[in-house]
Structures are given as C-alpha cells and as structure tokens.
Ligand binder design. Structure first.
Ligand SMILES: [Zn+2]
Ligand SMILES: [Zn+2]
Length: 241
C-alpha cells in the first residue's frame, strides 16, 4: 500500500528476488518500501521477511508472538523489529495502521485497516470465521482485500486428508467463498469501490466460484464495486484512488 512517499508491504511470503520482480511488474521499486507489516508467522506470509528486511534495512512491524514464531530477533537487530498489539493503531509515514485480531490457527493473527486520512483499505487473508473484530476491522473501507479460500463442496470432496479438511474448514482455518460472501454482505456500503478476493486455494477453488458468490452478495446495490482476484503467482492490477 502506498500514499504520498510512504509505501508499506503486508507480509512477505516469497523470496526477495521474486518480490522485486513482481513489484516491478506494477511499477514499484522494492527499494521504495518503508516498512514490512506481518499478519502472522505462517511460512506463506513470512518466508521472505528476514532476507527482505536485512537487505533493505527495513523496519518490520509484528506482534511479539509473530516475531518469536518467525525468529525475527536475533536475525534482525532489535531496533528494527517493532511490536504492535490488536486495536492499537500505529503510524508509518503518512499511513495509519490499525491491527485487529482474526481467528486463525497461528499464535496470533491480524487483519489490518490502513488509512492515509482520505482512503481506507482493509486486509484480512487468513481467517476461519466471521467475528465482531473482523466486521469492525473491515467496516468503512474503500477497498478490501479479503480471503475467499475454498468452495466447501470442492474441499469436502477433494483430495485433502481428513485432518486438513477439518483444519481448513474449521473456525480457525480459512474462509470459504460462502463465508467471504456473507462478510461482504455485512460490510458493503455505498462508498466502497474495490474488493480483491485473495488467498484462493489452488486445489479447492476455481476463479469463477468466489467471484460469483461475492457478486451475488453485493447484488444490484453493489454493482458499482469492482471485484477482482488476487493470484498466487502474479501481481494483480494496481488499485488507485
Ligand atoms: Zn495462515
Ligand atoms: Zn496464508
């Protein structure tokens, strides 16, 4: 996310080389980043974090549990690792970041509402169910990046072992297309402009199903809202306000 001269990255699950390449595809120099913010310690969100922050001397904002789980200290110097806790906003340049708790099976997991005072963007990509914290955290946003992980029937009938099906489908797993659509139904409002459906399962979803579910939840009243997909292997289009 970027506003004015401030740019921050939420999560770094890919290598520095790949991150550099993907940012270039949307016209962003990796060296223009001011900070990394981590949602939780799972590998698909932190794999590239230490290399990125070490190489670019970037500060990283993380909860103490995420910091421990990722081994940020001593891999990075203590002064470059900045703690945050749920519901306490912090500033990075001209951006204000509000972390909020989401239910997921990591030590602690957060969604974020990021604002420059003009535009508010919400992000929640690993969550198993809808909670009041999630609804409040994503309320009033102009743009939302939201997990729409799986189709429940595809998951149930698919190749995952039973324990993994239960984990993904559980209240601390990942959000189904139907749950994401329900969340969208709750948070949609007249000024919302964009929804990006993200963290799609390659095995238990198709590109069409999450779009259809969310479009259905938006209905005619939400026809003005652009809905797009976040891909695992390439950047999406830049969303500008
Ligand atoms: Zn996770
Ligand atoms: Zn994840």
């Amino acid at each position: 996310m970027r506003s004015g001269s401030t740019a921050l990255l939420v999560d770094a699950g890919i290598s520095l080389k790949e991150l550099t390449r993907r940012l270039m595809m949307v016209g962003v120099e990796v060296t223009s980043l001011d900070a990394l913010v981590l949602s939780h310690e799972h590998g698909d969100h932190v794999r590239g974090a230490i290399a990125l922050c070490r190489r670019l001397k970037l500060p990283v904002y993380a909860s103490p549990a995420t910091s421990r789980g990722t081994g940020l200290v001593p891999a990075l110097s203590r002064e470059n690792v900045i703690d945050f806790t749920a519901d306490v906003p912090f500033a990075i340049g001209c951006l204000e970041v509000l972390p909020f708790s989401v239910p997921h099976d990591a030590e602690e997991t957060f969604g974020f509402k990021v604002s420059d005072g003009r535009v508010r963007a919400g992000l929640a990509t690993d969550l198993g169910s809808l909670t009041l914290d999630v609804l409040q955290g994503l309320s009033g946003c102009d743009a939302v990046v939201l997990e729409s992980n799986h189709d429940e029937v595809m998951l149930l009938e698919g190749p995952y072992p039973l324990f993994l099906k239960r984990r993904v489908n559980g209240p601390h797993g990942h959000l189904s297309n139907a749950d994401a659509a329900e969340l969208v139904r709750c948070i949609k409002h007249g000024d919302m402009k964009h929804i990006v459906l993200a963290h799609l399962s390659r095995t238990n979803n198709t590109p069409e199903l999450p779009l259809k579910a969310t479009r259905g939840a938006l209905g005619a009243g939400g026809a003005h809202i652009q809905v797009s997909l976040g891909w695992q292997d390439r950047p999406g289009d830049m969303i500008c306000f």
